[in-house]
Design a binder for this molecule. Structure first.
Ligand SMILES: Nc1ncnc2c1ncn2[C@@H]1O[C@H](COP(=O)(O)OP(=O)(O)OP(=O)(O)O)[C@@H](O)[C@H]1O
Length: 90
């Protein structure tokens, strides 16, 4: 049987909480391969309605396109079984 995907925890070490959003917790994380630090916005997708889930996908799609010195860059976007991880520059 296929193992559930653990792409986030395989690749990042989760550290302290940096802040909270309406549907998310933002935590500092360290990319294991590089030692680089990022801010991971961790969203419990089990609590989201279908509409909210669409909004989350839209947010990720838009963030991926944004390139501006005053806007944090979306580095990675990972969907696992119960959580979605948006990995931003810290
Ligand atoms: N890239 C980052 N670096 C450092 N801290 C961050 C970063 N992103 C978010 N935070 C912290 O997390 C808090 C919540 O993040 P953000 O404002 O993105 O959430 P939100 O848009 O309110 O959330 P939601 O999408 O759940 O409604 C911020 O106020 C800030 O303290």
């Amino acid at each position: 049987m296929a193992q559930p995907s653990t792409r986030f925890s395989d690749n990042y070490e989760v550290k302290e909480e940096l802040g909270k959003g309406a549907f998310s917790v933002v935590r500092r994380c360290v990319q294991k391969a590089t030692g680089l630090e990022f801010a991971a916005k961790i969203i419990n997708t089990k609590k989201l309605s279908a509409r909210d889930f669409q909004k989350l996908e839209r947010e990720a799609r838009i963030c991926r396109k944004l390139q501006h010195p005053n806007i944090v860059r979306l580095h990675d976007s990972i969907q696992e079984e119960s959580y979605h991880y948006l990995v931003f520059d810290l």
